[in-house]
Design a protein around this ligand. Structure first.
Ligand code: NAD
Length: 256
């Protein structure tokens, strides 16, 4: 389905990004990974489907590195057709105790990086009159939770940015959409499970039940594989006219 297309997925050495990169490679796309941590492990997984998959170590808080990564993708993979702006971090604290450095990092990595990636990728996509930009927002792009000021601000920002980019390209073959997951059990959320277990003096299973119970009526985590299937749909011809949506996959979180 994606044979002949190329995809750059930011933050794809782990969690949701890795799930999306794997699904795109499985569908025949040439893939460029990005992110820190277990780069070799992620590359090995994706190379089972795209033997020539590449990794770029751009730091998504650095605009010039993001631009260089997009240029490298166009040069070494020949073009950039699908950009998934997924890299993200979290920090939890009330506003008056929120470290300024964490605020700056979250706004840079979770919001500004998508602007810089799009800025670099759009000219080529428009020239070829085909492109898919998928921004990984969150339910926190639509509603708030306490102690997540930077994350909620960044994710609300990315939903707005998605709409602007969708409108600016509405008459072209380039679509721009956001996905808004609720709880997905990745390393980013495992930290919050661990904190909850320590705070409440309960085991992992009970900490997970309490986190889900507060927000996610289905009482189930969404999986990276499920989000990857939605990303594939957004890349399909059936989604040619899906533009500027913020699509929840949240077990009913925002229906309440
Ligand atoms: P994760 O921690 O498993 O993965 C994050 C990825 O981003 C990793 O590959 C990491 O190396 C990369 N990364 C972090 N900082 C980076 C930087 N400065 N430069 C380049 N790469 C960097 O997290 P995840 O849960 O898979 O989150 C992926 C995205 O999904 C994030 O944008 C997150 O906000 C969003 N999201 C996650 C959940 C959830 O419940 N897990 C829910 C809603 C939205």
């Amino acid at each position: 389905m994606l044979t002949g297309k190329t995809a750059l997925v930011t933050g794809s050495t782990s969690g949701i990004g890795l799930g999306i990169a794997l699904a795109m490679a499985r569908q025949g796309a040439r893939v460029m990974l990005n992110g820190f941590g277990d780069v070799d492990g992620a590359l090995a997984e994706v190379r089972a489907f795209d033997p020539q998959a590449l990794h770029d170590g751009a730091d998504m808080s650095k605009p010039e590195q993001i631009e260089a990564m997009v240029q490298r993708c166009e040069r070494e993979l020949g073009r950039l057709d699908i950009l998934v702006n997924n890299a993200g971090i979290q920090h939890v604290a009330p506003i008056e105790k929120f470290p300024v450095e964490r605020w700056d990092a979250i706004i840079a990595i979770n919001l500004s990086s998508a602007f810089h990636g799009m800025r670099a990728a759009l000219p080529g996509m428009k020239q070829r009159n085909w492109g898919r930009i998928i921004n990984m927002a969150s339910v926190h792009g639509l509603v708030a939770s306490t102690e997540k000021c930077a994350y909620v601000a960044a994710k609300h920002g990315i939903v707005g940015l998605t709409k602007v980019a969708a409108l600016e390209n509405a008459t072209t073959g380039v679509t721009v959409n956001a996905i808004c997951p609720g709880w997905v059990l990745t390393p980013l959320v495992q930290k919050q499970v661990d904190a909850r277990a320590a705070q409440d003096g309960v085991d992992q299973a009970e900490a997970k039940r309490r986190l889900l119970g507060e927000k996610q009526p289905s009482m189930q985590f969404t999986t990276p594989e499920q989000l990857a299937e939605l990303a594939l749909f957004l890349c399909s011809p059936a989604a040619d006219n899906v533009r500027g949506v913020a699509w929840q996959v949240d077990g009913g979180w925002t229906a309440q």
